[in-house]
Design a protein around this ligand. Structure first.
Ligand code: PAF
Length: 280
């Protein structure tokens, strides 16, 4: 497995692969890898001749500098996992490589990216769209795999690729969960023991919503989610959005079409998100 810290380096590898006609799959990460990331790598590995993983803690998608500072960095462990999974090259740039001094170009998402989670974390999806565009341009990958846990992120990236005519296929991969239901996330390792024990309330709330969804309404499932999370004193619900899964417009009334539920909650200072798509 090749480690590339510069754009020139990773491009040299990709150019060589291209000359032999290989297809290139991409998994972008911020490191602190867990089984959820490895499922993305496995999907990319199964569908591509060559796989690139990227590790870059992207400063422009963090609103709070303390959150950026505290983001877990576990490079040695990450590289061991990627090597074992058969990744061909890892791109680990530093901030100056990705954002050249004096840079002045961003990718702004003017609609979906400003709503829901984007309204709670202003600028977050601009940072994601900008760095993902850079990573697509740098690697020239044919396809990229993203987790469905970041439900809105996946939708924002799909729209960006459509709107900007980017020649790359985007694939979503189902959320992986711990045995107690907690969605896997790099942030989980920052939870205190008490908050870790409380955090599965998010998936329990989604289970409750899913169980009552048939024949029910958006308002009723929102109510059961709120009540389930309110019963856990360590959780503070910061976002609950239920959207039409196809249009991402807010859903209301009886559930007659698939809806996506997105929740975010604070456990201490740690913001966790979870999602579920449910059919009528
Ligand atoms: O989902 C993530 O880990 C990040 O938002 C991504 C897509 C790697 C961009 O920094």
């Amino acid at each position: 497995m090749k480690l590339c810290r510069t754009i020139a380096d990773i491009r040299a590898d990709v150019d060589g692969w291209r000359q032999s006609g290989a297809s290139v799959g991409l998994v972008t990460t911020m490191g602190a890898l867990h089984a959820g990331h490895m499922a993305l790598v496995a999907a990319a590995r199964g569908a591509s001749d060559r796989v690139i993983a990227t590790i870059f803690v992207n400063p422009t998608q963090f609103g709070d500098p303390k959150d950026l500072e505290a983001y877990p960095r576990t490079e040695a462990e990450d590289l061991a996992l990627l090597e074992e999974a058969g990744v061909d090259a890892v791109f680990l740039p530093d901030v100056a490589e990705m954002y050249p001094p004096g840079d002045e170009t961003i990718v702004e998402t003017t609609g979906l990216g400003q709503r829901y989670h984007g309204a709670v974390r202003p600028g977050h999806f601009r940072g994601v769209a900008t760095v993902v565009t850079k990573l697509f341009n740098i690697t020239g990958a044919d396809a990229a795999w993203f987790g469905e846990k970041d439900y809105q992120q996946l939708a924002v990236i799909r729209r960006m690729v459509r709107d900007l005519h980017m020649p790359i296929a985007i694939h979503g991969v189902a959320t992986l969960r711990e045995p107690d239901g907690l969605a896997m996330s790099s942030r989980n390792r920052r939870l205190t023991a008490e908050d870790r024990a409380a955090a599965p309330v998010l998936s329990r709330a989604l289970d409750a919503a899913e169980a009552m969804a048939p024949g029910s309404s958006v308002e009723a499932i929102a109510e059961i989610i709120r009540a389930t999370i309110a019963a856990e004193p360590r959780a503070r619900l910061t976002g609950l959005d239920i959207v039409d899964a196809a249009s991402f417009e807010p859903a209301t009334g009886p559930i007659t079409r698939p809806v996506g539920i997105m929740i975010s909650a604070l456990f201490g200072e740690i913001l966790l998100i979870d999602q579920r798509e449910i059919a009528p």
